[in-house]
Design a protein around this ligand. Structure first.
Ligand code: C5P
Length: 226
């Protein structure tokens, strides 16, 4: 008997393209589950540091990724899920720039990616899934009926991140932030393991100059046309 798979909308793109906010809104609007795959790479980096594992020790990192003791606890609609690592709430800790940078270092390793693959696919459950990441449409859910690739200029992404951090009371330097974004993009796009790029059948949406509502409307239109 063939099993019908739950539908998936994949949303890939660089950091700061608005993916996080848009995927949360999209999941809420559709009443579907949400996979924040970046959180799994961030958690792998954080757990490694806590366990004293060096970020270039590939085989130890594979163990860390394969045995991550993580749960995502539901929060009120529109808020990011609470992320619990080994019983501790690390929701804010995994959002720091340093954790994002460490995540992108461990994410270049194919065996680490392999160790996280099934955990990501397990999120595909009825009534459907919105999957946020870099390789959702190319590697993790290549058969997804709707694939979106969300971009924005590096300057716009740095500006958004700057405002987010300012609001959170974090003191940041705009040019340092722009440089960090460029370095991370470079690493994500040029790695050999699942590089950041649109799937051949992805719809590319450039969110530069668009409001979140406009981006959400375009994503919803893509879903309803599928
Ligand atoms: O999306 P987020 O900023 O949380 O991702 C952190 C890092 O994790 C990215 O810079 C990228 O290197 C890596 N990542 C990945 N594949 C994904 C999601 C994130 O390689 N599907």
């Amino acid at each position: 008997m063939s099993q019908v798979q739950a539908p998936v909308v994949t949303v890939d793109g660089p950091g700061g393209s608005g993916k996080g906010t848009v995927t949360q809104m999209l999941a809420r609007e559709l009443g579907w589950h949400l996979l924040d795959s970046g959180a799994l790479y961030r958690l792998t980096a954080l757990a490694a540091i806590r366990q004293g594992v060096a970020l270039d020790d590939e085989s130890a990192l594979v163990d860390v990724a394969a045995t991550l003791d993580v749960s995502f606890e539901p929060t009120p609609p529109g808020e990011p899920a609470k992320v619990i690592l080994a019983g501790e709430d690390v929701t804010s800790e995994i959002r720091t720039e340093i954790c994002g940078d460490n995540a992108s270092r461990v994410a270049v390793m194919q065996p680490v990616r392999d160790a996280l693959l099934q955990r990501q696919r397990d999120f595909r459950q009825a009534p459907g899934l919105v999957a946020d990441g870099r390789d959702m449409g190319t590697v993790v859910f290549p058969d997804a009926p709707v694939k979106i690739f969300l971009t924005a200029s590096a300057e716009e992404r740095a500006r958004r991140r700057y405002n987010q951090l300012k609001e959170a009371g974090v003191d940041v330097n705009m040019s340092a932030l722009l440089e960090e974004i460029r370095v991370r993009d470079e690493r994500d796009m040029n790695r050999s393991a699942a590089p950041l790029k649109p799937a051949d059948d992805a719809q590319v949406i450039d969110s530069t100059g668009l409001s979140i509502k406009e981006v959400l409307d375009r994503c919803m239109a893509a879903v309803s046309q599928a």
